[in-house]
Design a protein around this ligand. Structure first.
Ligand code: SAH
Length: 216
């Protein structure tokens, strides 16, 4: 697959659309303007890669809608070289956006097939993320604490291990609710024991499974 002038034009239009929808963080918009989303969907869907909608990926999962990626990434309020843990690597697109923004990215995926596909893709594109195959509802204890944690699947609550693996002063962005609809939570760790929760708008993600997800 190639990245052509057509794709560059489509990305520029997508970036303008996201700005029109209220995304303000220039670094987020710049990254979305660079990452070739067509590489993260199956070739049969490449024509739709720059539409602002979620698309199916293998294992009955989805690559998030670009607006959702932009919204979550903006909420992370990133600063250069932050250590970011992503739960739900999926296609690897969000991972690539975080790498493009200069973050040190750790990402966990439950589906072996998706983990392997994302690994190959990110390597081919030169993105140096650390990827792990496993149950991300438990976080990734080895590399804790994280300054930012991003969950890209719907959770019935805020999993305790993720709160624990968050640095003091750190932020966790996670959609919380039912399997049908969730609200975006912005959880800030104020001290060892205290967390503050801010609730944002509604979204619809695929479910977080595993020990601290909907499988519990
Ligand atoms: N960030 C992804 C979105 C993928 S959808 C992208 O940009 O494409 C959510 C992903 O979370 C799915 O791939 C699903 O398999 C994964 N997932 C669900 N439960 C999980 C868990 N407990 N641990 C890790 N990944 C999980």
């Amino acid at each position: 697959m190639l990245d052509t002038y057509k794709h560059k034009g489509q990305r520029a239009r997508l970036v303008q659309l996201l700005a029109d929808k209220g995304i303000q963080d220039e670094n987020v918009l710049t990254a979305i303007g660079v990452v070739p989303r067509q590489f993260f969907v199956e070739s049969i869907l490449a024509e739709s890669a720059y539409e602002d909608r979620a698309l199916p990926i293998p294992a009955h999962q989805t690559i998030s809608q670009p607006f959702t990626v932009a919204f979550q990434t903006e909420l992370l309020a990133l600063k250069p070289r932050m250590k970011v843990l992503e739960i739900g690597t999926g296609s690897g697109y969000q991972t690539a956006v975080l790498c493009e923004m200069g973050m040190r990215v750790f990402s966990v995926e439950l589906e072996d097939k998706l983990h392997k596909l994302a690994k190959g893709r990110l390597e081919d594109l030169g993105y140096k993320a650390r990827l792990h195959w496993g149950d991300g509802s438990k976080g990734w204890p080895t590399h804790q604490p994280y300054q930012r944690i991003l969950v890209t699947a719907a959770s019935p609550w805020v999993p305790a291990p993720l709160k624990k693996q968050l640095d003091i002063g750190g932020k966790l962005i996670i959609p919380v609710g039912t399997q049908k609809q969730q609200r975006m939570y912005e959880v800030t760790r104020l001290s060892y024991k205290e967390y503050e929760v801010r609730k944002h708008q509604h979204f619809a993600f695929v479910p977080l499974r595993g020990r601290y997800g909907f499988d519990e």
